[in-house]
Design a protein around this ligand. Structure first.
Ligand SMILES: Nc1nc2c(c(=O)[nH]1)N[C@@H](CN(C=O)c1ccc(C(=O)N[C@@H](CCC(=O)O)C(=O)O)cc1)CN2
Length: 281
């Protein structure tokens, strides 16, 4: 079997075009502010791409760039100012932050109504108990990809590889809400390969280049690769050994061009949702 490739760039472009149409009909431009601290080069690329995508879709978007030696107190003051600004609907603090800043303190300082990353404990808690919430962009993007691929989730065995607050845990909650039977596995799980082989739907989000081999994949399974790992030779690979996996999966996302573009499209979707909820539009 050779898997069908799930084209994240195309799905993201369609989602962004639909959002741009909805923004046009709003009569105001939803406000997004992305805060970047320091000079991490990958973050620089992601933040520029977010800003460009937001502006193209008609959002009022700007990046606030702060120096590497910004103190936690100074960053918290910026977040508080954005919380108070009525023109701002969505706030995102780009991660990773420099080591001297406690990321969690910053995440919990964002007004939950403007938390377009969906990382605040209020939004994470609502998602966990099945209430409407701003939902983390990457797992939300995965759900869009699964829908675009025609994956049927009800009663399917879904395995999430990774247990981060940003991807693994919210991913499991979203799949559970869609009636999948969900197992979360991680670096300490015994017999990872055997666990993964049980999956009809496998979401790999563990941050280990090409950890998932072809023989970890059930014939015909849908494989979503959230990993974005840069090898020393500069090549970008996922958490799944794509050339092997494509021989077993029924459908698979590539890296690049799979989940990554969806993360940005879903940030715009969250910002529009936050704007509508805040302004009663
Ligand atoms: N505050 C947040 N920080 C981070 C998040 C997040 O959701 N919120 N996620 C990641 C980075 N990220 C968005 O911020 C992100 C990563 C990758 C892509 C993407 O489009 N990747 C391309 C490849 C790009 C390349 O060449 O490097 C792809 O996969 O096709 C978008 C967004 C960590 N931080």
């Amino acid at each position: 079997m050779t898997a069908r490739i799930i084209d994240g760039k195309a799905v993201a472009a369609t989602l962004r075009a639909g959002l741009a149409e909805r923004v046009k009909s709003l009569g105001f431009a939803p406000g997004l502010r992305v805060v970047r601290v320091g000079d991490d080069p990958a973050s620089g690329v992601y933040v520029r791409n977010k800003d460009r995508a937001a502006q193209q879709a008609g959002f009022d978007s700007a990046t606030i760039q702060l120096p590497e030696d910004t103190t936690e107190a100074a960053l918290l003051a910026v977040v508080r100012q954005l919380n108070e600004d009525p023109a701002v609907d969505g706030i995102l603090v780009q991660l990773p932050l420099p080591a001297h800043i406690r990321a969690d303190a910053v995440i919990q300082a964002v007004d939950p109504a403007k938390d377009v990353d969906g990382f605040h404990a209020i939004n994470a808690g609502k998602l966990a108990i099945g209430q409407p919430a701003l939902t983390p962009c990457t797992p939300k993007g995965v759900m869009h990809l699964l829908a675009a691929a025609g994956a049927s989730l009800r009663g399917a065995r879904a395995v999430v590889l990774g247990r981060s607050n940003i991807v693994g845990k919210p991913m499991a909650a979203l799949l559970l809400a869609a009636d999948a039977t969900v197992t979360v596995v991680h670096s300490r799980t015994q017999n990872l390969a055997t666990e993964c082989r049980r999956a009809d739907i496998l979401v790999a989000a563990v941050g280990r280049p090409e950890l998932v081999r072809g023989d970890w994949i059930e014939e015909g399974a849908t494989v979503i690769d959230v990993g974005i790992n840069r090898l020393p030779n500069g090549r970008l690979v996922g958490d799944v050994a794509f050339d092997e996996a494509v021989q077993h999966a029924g459908a698979i996302t590539p890296v690049p061009g799979g989940v990554g573009p969806m993360t940005i499209a879903c940030l715009l979707e969250n910002t529009l949702e936050a704007a509508i909820a805040r302004r009663g539009a």
